[in-house]
Design a protein around this ligand. Structure first.
Ligand code: ZN
Length: 132
C-alpha cells in the first residue's frame, strides 16, 4: 500500500470528478443519454432504469420524473433528454430507491445533479489550462 489514505482519497475525488464530467458530456455533447445511464448504473452498481419519453398519466408540468413501481425515468420531451441536469436528477431518485434507503429528497437530487455540472466545467477548465 504505497498510497496514504489522504492521497488515495484525493485520487478518488479526482476520478469521481472526471467520471461526473464525462457523464455530462455524454448527455449534452455526444447526445447519448442511454449510454450515460449505462455508465451511471455501472458506476453506482444499480439496476438499469427504463428511460421513457413523455410523462406518466397525471403528471403534466414536470420536466422529468421517476416512477418507482416501473423503475422508469420519464423525460417530458426529447429536448430534455439531452439536458444533463434533468437526467441526472431523475437518476438520483432511482439510485435512492434501489438502494432501499428512501432518503432521496428534492434538495439532494438537485445537489447531486449540480455536482455533475460543476465537475463537467472544472474538468474542461483543467484540460484547457494544460494547453497554455
Ligand atoms: Zn426530483
Amino acid at each position: 500500500m504505497a498510497l496514504s489514505r489522504s492521497q488515495s482519497g484525493r485520487k478518488n475525488r479526482f476520478e469521481e470528478a472526471e467520471f461526473q464530467g464525462n457523464i455530462v458530456r455524454l448527455i449534452a455533447i455526444e447526445r447519448k443519454p442511454e449510454k450515460a445511464l449505462d455508465a451511471l448504473c455501472a458506476h453506482y452498481r444499480v439496476e438499469r432504469p427504463i428511460l421513457r419519453i413523455g410523462l406518466p398519466r397525471g403528471e403534466k408540468r414536470a420536466l422529468g420524473c421517476y416512477v418507482r413501481r416501473e423503475r422508469a425515468i420519464y423525460i417530458s420531451s426529447e429536448d430534455y433528454l439531452f439536458d444533463p441536469y434533468v437526467l441526472i436528477h431523475e437518476f438520483y431518485h432511482h439510485l435512492r430507491h434501489v438502494d432501499g434507503k428512501h432518503r432521496g429528497t428534492e434538495r439532494h437530487a438537485r445537489d447531486f445533479a449540480l455536482s455533475f455540472l460543476r465537475n463537467a466545467q472544472r474538468t474542461v477548465a483543467s484540460r484547457s489550462d494544460g494547453l497554455n
